[in-house]
Design a protein around this ligand. Sequence first.
Ligand code: TGC
Length: 386
Amino acid sequence: MSDTLQPTDLYQLDAGLTDARRDIAARTRTFVDAEVLPCIADYHDREEVPRHLLSGLARLDLLPMLLDDKPDYIAYGLAMRELERGSSTLRSVFSVQGGLVLHAIKNFGSDAQRARWLQPLANLESLACFALTEPLFGSNPSGMETRAEKTARGYRINGHKRWATNGTAAEVALVWAKLDGRICGFLVETNLPGMDMRPIKGKISFRTSETAELVLNNVEVPESALLPGARSLGAAMACLNQARYSIAWGTIGAAQACLEETIAYLKQRIQFDEKPLASHQLIQHKLAWMAADLTAMQLMAMRLGELKCAGREVPAQVSLAKMYNSRKAIEIARTCRELLGAHGILTDNHVMRRMVDLETVITYEGTEHIHALIVGSELTGIKAFS
Ligand code: TGC
């Protein structure tokens, strides 16, 4: 047995990181260990959002990285990995705020929109949500029914959106609506008359996330609310690529944490002939496969990060990593839950909480089926979804 190998980094990918990247990962990990893991299970039990964590998260300075001309996407991915060791819901705050909304404003917004929103959103002084999905249109957003119509002073928006992370706390919603048949993005302040942001309660997964339903009833927005560069579904999809990228990294953190905690348990839990569970063959077989899956996840995310830093990634590569890493993370969490025996169902062990949160992760930002079809279309040149 090697002294130098970490069980959850068998190919020593972290050893090859630059000091700056290692520092961002370490700072985020320290925050998660000190502030998130001690309290998150209680918040999950109470179906409550740990909003007090936001100020500490802001001090990590993770989102301002995305405002750089050439962001270090590997550093950002490592931070997402560490956040999701704590909770998929915390990583989601960043995926939505950063990948979806900041990306949209930075790339498709006007100068005035950038001046108004980029800094407060990057510093987490304001929260934003991304309102694309509708009750009747999830995987197929191009069918959306939300409509904007031109008025003398701007636009009037009517529609119904669902499953918006950060929704009930958001000061601004990026609402996607059809204007003269084209899908456009609008920055809609959530205190406007006609905006109704309702919490979606009774969730078994993502209980520590502010998930909202938005009803827009004759909401009047000024001309300046329209994102000038977001005039097709492709703009919304470009934002989703960013969020999907962060999922490819985040799921590694959830899987790593489950595996670390399970190995620690198996080494001290004595069963059969006074031996630790970790010494049994069936257990080691499962551990070996989980290590193989985790290593594949890490290699895929790292290579995707390299491509993204070089500006060479394409959507099918992002879809492949979102699909694969979400699936493998949930499989690892389930196997770890099983190996923990009855202890695995307790919230204190974190593993089953991570597992139920991964049920959302595998579904949102494009279901596994959708990502398989995007990859299938890349492989064959044939679109199977329209
Ligand atoms: P299709 O004709 O293929 O594409 C329409 C336009 O979009 C472009 N495009 C992309 N661009 C960049 N990245 C991507 N990944 C892209 N995918 C498509 C495409 O090039 C085209 O551009 P243009 O200029 O030619 O018009 O569109 P389609 O309607 O056939 O559907 C494509 C499909 C099924 C792959 C797409 O609709 C899809 O990915 N569906 C899944 C949607 C999804 O991920 N939904 C979750 C949304 S997130 C949310 O609202 C709740 S979770 C977020 C939260 O936590 O708050």
